[in-house]
Design a protein around this ligand. Structure first.
Ligand SMILES: *Cc1c(COP(=O)(O)O)cnc(C)c1O
Length: 405
């Protein structure tokens, strides 16, 4: 079965047909990543975290796979609701919310919420009959560039106190959750967090506080350096062992985002101009850090980039984006053969935290997303699967729409 790790795509003909720049979103890769993680964590319910790629097609593929969902805002509620997702399969994991975020999610039918302090717990008093609470515990992780435990979570030593407070107010406790940071290099922090949560669960049980769910968050990594498949089975082996040590009867859930979406999208853009500066060739592209490559700023990631059709001796080169800002450079010393105007640059592993954080700085429209399914073997069949969609609901990619009609 094909996916973006294995498929051979004709980027030039795609650009001739659909224009440049372009993002390709592959359904087959979403399916493949979900199934790989599912078999690496067979007894864990996977709630796809919408944040890295909140796209209706990703939601619909994952619904077909029987996935659950993790949402954090009213906009994300709208997305799953319009896709027809059963709210029973959703959890709301933003630790800090306005009252109308809570009531909006409850109206939809999502009733599990994350809290990490007393101020937040109090907001649920009016909803005590409908809402159930997951307590987010903080496990700081210096090994990841995206350490979410700085911003959110109750310290493990204060967790029991918070559980008592929730119980005293008569609110229902669903369980514990944590997020050890995104794109973690190994599962060590997950395992430490699981065993510390096990201690909290035992201590709580002694006081008659029952913990039914442990949510082990996200953080499952992809390979940006090599653009290869992660051996997720091996990555998760210590997690499986740690989970086996938990008391009986605890339901385990997780909130993977990046792992499912990152490999499923790639970017095709084009050289629009070139110059020689400070002894290096500079190539100016029609996509950059204010748009599809925004993750290089916000997510601290460098995507694997190549010029698949260029040939000849390589030189240290610069790839710059289309805006007038000097920060808009996507590679400063990439080894490339000489490129010409209209040559194609391909960026891989660009499905997570890329177009979701893009801007329209300089009035440059967000790059359109072309939906594909590399699982179709026959090229004609693949062709018929192509459908170009605007990157967001609000901002229509004019050129893209012309191509579709
Ligand atoms: C961002 C986020 C996720 C997804 O994390 P990944 O590292 O992309 O898997 C999951 N849960 C919460 C609460 C998040 O904020």
């Amino acid at each position: 079965m094909n996916n973006l790790f294995t498929a051979n795509l004709d980027y030039r003909s795609l650009v001739r047909k659909y224009g440049s720049p372009l993002l390709l979103l592959d359904r087959a890769t979403i399916r493949h990543q979900y199934r790989s993680l599912k078999s690496a964590l067979p007894n864990v319910t996977l709630h796809y975290a919408l944040k890295p790629l909140p796209h209706p097609e990703v939601v619909s593929v994952l619904m077909e796979e029987g996935a659950s969902f993790d949402l954090a805002t009213k906009g994300e509620v709208d997305l799953v609701r319009s896709a027809g997702v059963d709210p029973i399969t959703c959890i709301h994991t933003h630790p800090i919310k306005k009252d109308d975020e809570i009531s909006y999610a409850l109206d939809y039918g999502c009733s599990v919420f994350v809290v990490d302090n007393e101020e937040e717990v109090k907001k649920f008093i009016p909803y005590r009959r409908d809402a159930r609470l997951l307590i987010r515990v903080s496990f700081p992780n210096p090994e990841t560039p995206v350490d979410l435990s700085k911003k959110f979570g109750v310290l493990p030593e204060n967790c029991l106190g918070l559980l008592r407070y929730v119980k005293r107010l008569g609110l229902e406790i669903a369980g514990l959750s944590f997020h050890v940071g995104s794109q973690v290099p190994n599962a060590r922090r997950h395992c430490e967090a699981i065993s510390q949560c096990a201690e909290i669960i035992r201590a709580a049980a002694e006081e008659g506080i029952e913990i039914g769910v442990l949510d082990i968050g996200g953080g499952f990594p992809v390979d940006y350096a090599g653009a290869r498949e992660t051996d997720i089975g091996a990555f998760c082996a210590p997690i499986r062992e740690a989970l086996a040590q938990l008391p009986e009867g605890i339901r385990i859930i997780a909130e993977p985002g990046r792992f499912i979406s990152a490999p499923a999208m790639l970017n095709i853009c084009t050289v629009v101009g070139k110059a020689e500066r400070f002894g290096k060739p500079w190539y100016y592209l029609d996509d950059g850090v204010y748009c599809s490559y925004s993750g290089q700023i916000f997510d601290h990631v460098t995507y694997p980039k190549s010029a698949p059709y260029a040939m000849g001796p390589v030189r240290e080169s610069v790839l710059a984006g289309p805006t007038c800002d000097s920060i808009d450079i996507i590679a400063e010393n990439i080894m490339l053969p000489e490129l010409h105007v209209d040559d194609i640059i391909v960026g891989k592993m660009m499905g997570a935290y890329t177009i979701s954080t893009a801007t329209e700085f300089n009035f440059i429209r967000k790059t359109g997303i072309l939906l594909i399914d590399t699982d179709r073997d026959h090229p004609d069949e693949l062709e018929r699967q192509f459908r170009l969609e605007p990157a967001t609901r609000e901002h229509c990619h004019q050129r893209a729409l012309r191509l579709v009609s």
